[in-house]
Design a protein around this ligand. Structure first.
Ligand code: FAD
Length: 408
């Protein structure tokens, strides 16, 4: 048998391969990845790894021996360039091709480019892979002033690390608050204040019109209102685009992500998609998009989709319905999110001061819980959201109401 070929050896592709073997899959498994490193986890790249608190070894999902032991052929440094659906072959960047019985697209996402002049200066950086993190870490050694474009998770995690090193940091954001697409105004406000206490400056409602430079290096940015901010390192963190081109060029539906059904299958029964690149129907996305589909960029989603698809390919199909959850570490604070909120979902705050949770509601039901340094709330929220336990806003707001008892 030709077995299973996986395009992309990141979090999702790796998990699929490992779970296939765990579930007893016997045919060949080939993991094709365009990066050169062993499969690794990305979250520390903007946290402990960037801060120099862990080395590359600490990022690897498994040691090198794992792949041979489990007969998983890891082919690093190779790009999948085209799918021959009729012939069931995946064309590779080295001119060869691989036959498959089933092809899994786990190509992840790439950074969204900032379309302004000067964005290609070498000290204008992005952060997605280990190479990016190494370059960024090295450039911090000589840096004094940093501009971060985009107050999303990665931009803010980076800002916290840079500020802790004593660098001058300004975060520029088009929206009027941090993490505006992902969290409530209350959480945004908390992190804004925290970052300001660490010395980070913010410019909200600010569009970037150009990156200026001299002698081949960026020296600062220009805002739409004419203001200029000097910088010796600029990080662009304005979100990602799904790597959907392989699917789209093979004639598969792939607007804003490779379209899959509840079983993570594309319309071609021999091709599935998982992780950051996949757009799928989710029971937790009701009311968030016209067709109830989402694309989720998280470790949880990559792992759970890898497991779900592995089970199907091992003969135990089940619809994907795992609860989305996520975390972000900024300075000493841990933000944990369970569920999926929409920007208009009303908030109810539980707790106060430095440790609190924001309960979000949509159409009267709990949609998400965002916790700052309240790990117990997060675990309870995961249980309630997964089980669909009814909770009213009044109960959530009542500090003596026993959430834990309700969730049991
Ligand atoms: P990826 O891990 O991106 O893997 C896809 C792989 O496919 C990549 O190696 C890519 O180079 C490769 N590839 C793409 N196209 C091809 C091709 N044509 N041929 C061969 N290979 C190809 N999530 C959290 O839940 N919590 C966090 O705190 C968090 N922090 C993060 C911090 C950073 C800096 C980054 C970048 C991400 C973070 N994430 C976090 C998100 C999380 O890492 C991703 O959601 C997860 O890695 C998605 O897994 P994936 O396998 O779908 O994609």
């Amino acid at each position: 048998a030709a077995g299973i070929v996986v395009a992309g050896s990141g979090q999702a592709g790796f998990q699929l391969a490992a779970s296939l073997r765990e579930g007893g899959f016997r045919d060949p498994i080939t993991l094709v990845g365009d990066e050169t490193a062993l499969p690794y986890q990305r979250p520390p790249l903007s946290k402990a790894y960037l801060a120099g608190k862990t080395d590359a070894e600490g990022l690897f999902l498994r040691q090198p021996g794992f792949f041979a032991e489990h007969a998983i052929a890891h082919r690093p440094g190779l790009r999948a360039v085209a799918i021959d659906r009729a012939g069931r072959r995946l064309q590779l960047s080295d001119g060869q091709s691989l036959a498959y019985d089933h092809l899994v697209l786990a190509t992840g996402a790439r950074n969204r480019p900032l379309p302004v002049p000067g964005a290609d200066f070498p000290n204008v950086r992005q952060l997605r892979g280990l190479d990016d993190a190494d370059a960024l870490r090295a450039s911090l050694d000589a840096a004094r002033s940093i501009v971060v474009i985009g107050a999303g998770f990665i931009g803010l995690e980076f800002a916290a690390v840079a500020a802790a090193r004593g660098l001058s940091v300004t975060v520029v954001e088009a929206a009027d608050r941090p993490m505006a697409r992902a969290v409530s105004p209350e959480i945004g406000q908390f992190f804004r204040t925290a970052h300001e206490e660490w010395g980070v400056r913010f410019a909200f409602g600010a569009g970037v019109t150009a990156i200026t430079g001299r002698e081949g290096r960026a020296t600062g940015i220009v805002l739409a209102d004419g203001r200029e901010l000097p910088a010796d390192v600029i990080l662009i963190g304005i979100g990602v685009l799904p790597n959907r081109e392989l699917a789209a060029e093979a004639g598969l539906p792939a607007e804003d992500g490779v379209r899959v059904d509840a079983f993570l299958a594309t319309p071609d029964p021999a091709i599935s998609a998982i992780g950051d690149c996949a757009r799928f129907p989710s029971p937790f996305a009701r009311g968030l998009s016209p067709d109830g589909t989402v694309r989720i960029e998280s470790v949880q989603n990559a792992i759970d989709q890898g497991r779900c698809l592995a089970a199907r390919l091992n003969g135990k199909p089940a619809a994907y319905g795992a609860l989305p959850w996520f975390w972000s570490d900024q300075g000493p604070h841990k933000l944990q999110i369970a569920g999926l909120s929409g920007p208009g979902d009303p908030s109810v705050v539980r707790g106060s001061g430095a440790a609190f949770s924001v309960f979000r509601f949509r159409d009267g039901s709990l949609s998400a819980v965002e916790s700052v340094d309240r790990a117990a709330d997060h675990m309870i929220a995961r249980r309630m959201l997964a089980a669909g336990t009814p909770l009213t806003p009044e109960q959530a707001a009542d500090p003596v109401f026993d959430l834990k008892a309700l969730a049991m």
